[in-house]
Design a protein around this ligand. Sequence first.
Ligand code: NAG
Ligand code: NAG
Ligand code: NAG
Ligand code: NAG
Ligand code: NAG
Ligand code: NAG
Length: 383
Amino acid sequence: MVRFSPTSFLGALWTAFATVSIAHSKVFHIPSALQNGTSVAQFTASSSGLDGLMVEPINGSAFDWWYFDVVSTDPSMLASVVVTFFASSQPAFPLLDPADTITVARIWVSYPNGTLWEATANGEQGATVTTDGDSSCGDWHGTGFSWTSNPYTREYVINIDAPAAGVKGTITFPSPAPAHYPCGPVSAGQNLEVGPHIGWANAVPDSSAVVNLEINGAGLAFTGTGYHDKNWSDQPFTKNVASWYWGHGRVGPYSIVWFDFLDRTGTEFVSAYASENGRILAASCAPGSISVRPTGVNATYPPVISSPVPTGYTITLPLENGEGTLAVQVNVLSHLISPNPEYARLIGNLSAELVQPPAVKGGKGKTATLTGMALFEQFKLTA
Ligand SMILES: *[C@@H]1O[C@H](CO)[C@@H](O)[C@H](O)[C@H]1NC(C)=O
Ligand SMILES: *[C@@H]1O[C@H](CO)[C@@H](O)[C@H](O)[C@H]1NC(C)=O
Ligand SMILES: *[C@@H]1O[C@H](CO)[C@@H](O)[C@H](O)[C@H]1NC(C)=O
Ligand SMILES: *[C@@H]1O[C@H](CO)[C@@H](O)[C@H](O)[C@H]1NC(C)=O
Ligand SMILES: *[C@@H]1O[C@H](CO)[C@@H](O)[C@H](O)[C@H]1NC(C)=O
Ligand SMILES: *[C@@H]1O[C@H](CO)[C@@H](O)[C@H](O)[C@H]1NC(C)=O
């Protein structure tokens, strides 16, 4: 017999709230096997679920992955870490190593002296991603790699306990800069395509991240500029991309993220982001909202497979409300994966000036030179 008591009344209330909160939460089970049938990709934002699975099922043309990195903010150190949770078919993204599973976790490290280390954990038991609002948790079963995030503070934490891969520890991403989509701040109805059939959602454009790892028994600890995004498609990557420049960094007080790429028809697509102290200063995919071009002796634009990696890039990033234009120089310091013709992942130092139009009242012209660090990549997939 049910007896009415304050406790059970509160319990019932609590259950009601819990049900509401479960209604905002969604659980995705991702099988480790490639699926047959038709993949459906989401390319328009809902009111929540920014960091969920965006293409289902993962068939032989589809990919979806959760990407995290940290690059040391100390320019005298070449330390970085990249962790990617893949749910990707290898035919859809040919730069992946062939594996008998699609739920793969991978970590790449550069030590302070620039030496590289990496490990891969193939998950044979699939993966689970749970969203709560715009935050997410992910567990790549059997790999020892997982992440959690807090829907209120938006802090992300990667937990690694992967003895077979020789690595354990945590990477924490506290108080992220405001999230964004390719064409603007987070809101329902936003376009999620950074280019044709390339979905992109950037949950953590910047965070003062803390890396605490133990690799083959030796510690690797540093703080840096942390980042997390996800990208997905229902079509093979090479069908839609000829070349691209992507990167993120912090220069002076500004958190910046850049995307500038050419599709197979030569059409340029861009996405610009800048924020300062939790305030978005640029978030746009309009043509001209950012420009990224190679610089130095080996600069070739547009780049093709045979083009060498340039020594740097120049980025022009206009801020909103006439707050000026960030003129950023990127200088390549070191490679994060062994060189290959199609793809380079790099770290480098940044210098920037905020250039204000003379007409701006109180405009300062050019500000003092700002400096910082960045992690960035380039693809070139056509001859
Ligand atoms: C997909 O189809 C092939 C051929 O019919 C079959 O061998 C395979 O088991 C199927 N995969 C799944 C995940 O159902
Ligand atoms: C996967 O699904 C897409 C539809 O989104 C379809 O165009 C494609 O042919 C499918 N790929 C495979 C390998 O079945
Ligand atoms: C770089 O640092 C790593 C980790 O401390 C060490 O194992 C490696 O021997 C160093 N490499 C060089 C060339 O000093
Ligand atoms: C997804 O984004 C990450 C970082 O933004 C990048 O390293 C990776 O190459 C992208 N992959 C695809 C398939 O879009
Ligand atoms: C320019 O590219 C050539 C050919 O790949 C290479 O040998 C040379 O080292 C590069 N120069 C610089 C400054 O990176
Ligand atoms: C990068 O650092 C080097 C060494 O301190 C410096 O000479 C160079 O000007 C810096 N480049 C940029 C683009 O900040």
